[in-house]
Design a protein around this ligand. Sequence first.
Ligand SMILES: [Zn+2]
Length: 575
Amino acid sequence: MNDLEKQVLDDISLEHPWELIEKFSTMVREHPTDVNRAADVIADRLRGFGVPVTMYEPRLFLSLPRPSSVKAGGKEFRAKAPSMSAIAADGLTAQMVYVAAGHDAEVADDVFDFTSKEVLTKTDVRGKIVITDGFAGPANVAEFEAAGAVGVIAVNLGVDVHWGTCTSIWGSPDLYDLPRKPKIPALAVSRPDGEQLIEMAARGGEATMIADLEEGWYDSKLPVVEIPGSVEPDKFVLLHGHYDSWDVGVGDNATGDATMLEVARVLWNNRSSLRRSVRIAWWPGHSTGRYAGSTWFADEFAIDLDENCVAHINCDSPGCRWATEYKDVSLTAETESFAANVIRDAVDQPLYAERAHQAGDYSFNNIGISGYFMLLSTMPDDLRAAKGYYAVGGAGGNIAWHTENDTLEIADRDILLKDIRIYLLAALRNANVEVLPFDWRATADEFSDVLEKYQAKAGASYDFGKARAAIGSFKAALDGFYSDLQAGKVPAQAANAVIQRLARLLIPVNFTRELRFWHDPALTIPQLPDLSVAVDLADLNDRERGFALTHLTRGQNRLVATLREATRLVEGRAA
Ligand SMILES: [Zn+2]
């Protein structure tokens, strides 16, 4: 760390962030009425520090669960309707059928990759309520809906019932998205209750699902702070996280809101030393609108983001109890070495990173913006195993995640302090380094590795030679670029234009199938997704293989054209 970084990090205090966590631990933040009140609390605190706040008020499409239940065998079972479930307020009655999850059910909803096709071909679910294992997520609800089921009851993994969402639509729906809105109701129940339902299903029993929700367009407050840089004020780093939660949501995400509050306070006090600007945004509609707040921001400020955003940093569920490690940390590959240095310098610990999930307010992949962090600190695997915990999608691995147990005891002062240091150093350093710290050779290596994996699976059925050649040329150009940069032969402004533009080209081909400025579904997306069908080629019949090969040719064209443009850019032959 340089002297400025040390001095800025020394300004961190837990006083204000902890006060916000305590305040939020008393405020349910689900319905827009309550959520908007929480935005006012954040804005009040910021103004108290002398930090100017802009309060946007977008209308977001939200789905708000009300008390729901399952009735079967003369009993009533506790249940939660996931956001965006179809509404069955008066009850939907049908025969139950149990369909075991076709995969390890121990996967959180945001990364749910449900492959039940094999099971589904053996079970007729038409006209029935499917009982299945895991979380009520978009992939399983969509699959059972397509197979003709009239409802889905997801049996969670423990004694708690988790809130969640079951739509694959990212943010407020547009006209392309709308057909994917779930048309059948979904509910989540606990494991003990679910086991009773599974037994009843085996005897051909009926159930009544009462899935009550309200949905519509709601005025939603979205506070944003702009901390101006003094050298390149138009360029900005976006630090962001959601402030709505399930129930009082302390670990997910009052701790993140508090982290961003402290980063805003400290950076504002040190704003004269910022090179680029830092924009900090607190999102509504994360839980009940499938990232509707960040998606609105991505849409509303798309052109500014496209032209000026140098990176986004997501802040979700830091500062939770027992979360002493930095592993499974989401990022786009070119940011990994930078992020690892930040964590080492801030808290002297290693980073174990993974490819960014199609989840958690990463609403900027279609524009093409380098991103790092989402969940940051998490509990060690052996501790999780010792506690008998299953995997969840936040709160540092505490299974209080997305339940009424996510209360003040989930927050940890010492871990919060570490995580604030990391977020503050990341934002500060990313705003201040003269040359953007992203290494696109890591992305090129990722492309090579993935392509070879796909080639090995495709065997002689398909030749990725054109893509391999294009990656080779791109790598050679990058080697020249980074060694010239190292030698001081590339002016910083020119280097930054290249580094930023590479994100606009390469993140979309690696993370999206839809066009720029639209939003891909909230479903797991494989690396170089246009080519991923290569993995299945061997299992396809002749007719299916023809479609897949047509698909691969088009996908390879997109990748090759993009890499050739990227190569010209790096060689300095394109503006
Ligand atoms: Zn969260």
